[in-house]
Design a protein around this ligand. Structure first.
Ligand code: FAD
Length: 275
């Protein structure tokens, strides 16, 4: 970011998901549910970069940063950690009615909470959660709120009164995009280096001294049938870990022998139509 920014305060909302501390999500082969035992919970890594970006924007031009998370009661730890990093206000959306939400129901619930908060200039979220992995929430929340969106953001170059200029990562290179405000950005790890939470603020958040609000379905004005499993447009019929039929084979010998052997095996595989 550079100094060519609008001087008005920027109110930013950051979406924060609590996820298990692993990128190798394992499922119970019998029940098909996620195995969470023994796993620590963390803030989704991309979301820490979103929080950092919001805090840097606030440091440059003032305004407020609010973190919102939807999840079970223990997700308050993620909101508390965000407060420890310097976020001004936290909101936890927690209600049994929200359980089992697909991405559509999650986006709808987050969208309703954002509407209730109002007064925002920018919404930041991670590109992708390391457990659900769909990368659908950001775009769906933007769609629900009728906001322009830029995904895969790795540089917030300028923020002016009416628009911002950001760079988004492409497979080979990048795209420089001008986007009207208010807007939603999904960010990637390249954007910045997130700060650690400050012990004092973290302790305040954990001791209920920080302003974290807990909202249920009634608080955001939704009926129970509109959210969670009941309000979901998609339902998981079965979850399973794929079985790998192919097995690796180590070819032994010197380089020439191995190459010859490999060519013979590829020929055999082609003639038997395996590749
Ligand atoms: C077809 C389908 C069915 C599903 N059914 C179930 C189910 O029955 N039960 C169940 O528990 N889960 C279910 N899920 C998973 C659940 O929908 C997702 O975990 C959740 O909606 C978020 O999606 P994601 O993890 O892919 O997030 P992504 O879209 O990958 O996340 C991108 C960003 O959005 C924000 N974000 C995502 N989730 C939240 C959140 N909860 N709070 C705040 N910010 C958030 C974060 O900034 C995150 O970095 C289902 C998913 C799908 C695709």
């Amino acid at each position: 970011m550079n100094g060519d920014r609008k001087q008005d305060p920027m109110n930013t909302i950051v979406l924060v998901k609590q996820v298990p501390d692993t990128t190798e999500v394992k499922t119970d082969p019998k029940t098909g549910s996620l195995i969470r035992e023994g796993l620590e919970s963390i803030i989704n890594p991309d979301d820490r970069h979103a929080i950092e970006a919001a805090l840097r924007i606030k440091a440059e031009q003032g305004g407020k940063v609010t973190a919102i998370s939807m999840g079970p009661p223990q997700s308050i730890d993620a909101v508390s950690e965000a407060m420890g990093m310097g976020v001004d206000k936290g909101v936890l959306l927690s209600d049994k009615a929200f359980a089992g939400a697909d991405t559509w129901a999650t986006s709808f619930t987050l969208g309703k909470a954002i509407e209730k908060l109002g007064g925002y200039d920018l919404i930041l979220c991670g590109r992708q959660a390391i457990d659900g992995d769909t990368a659908q929430i950001g775009p769906q929340v933007a769609d629900y709120l009728g906001l322009p969106q830029v995904t895969y953001v790795f540089d917030i170059e300028k923020i002016k009164a009416t628009h911002l200029i950001v760079k988004r990562r492409l497979e080979e290179g990048y795209e420089r995009v001008r986007c009207a405000l208010p807007a939603l950005l999904t960010v990637i790890g390249e954007l910045n280096r997130p700060r650690h939470p400050m012990i004092g603020s973290l302790l305040d958040a954990c001791r209920d001294k920080a302003p974290i609000r807990i909202w249920n379905a009634a608080d955001i004005g939704v009926k129970t049938g509109e959210v969670g499993l009941e309000g979901s447009l998609t339902h998981v019929i079965r979850t399973f870990a794929p079985k790998f039929k192919r097995q690796g084979e180590i070819l032994e010998g010197n380089a020439q022998e191995v190459v010859r052997l490999l060519l013979r095996k590829l020929e055999e595989a082609r003639s038997s139509k395996l590749v």
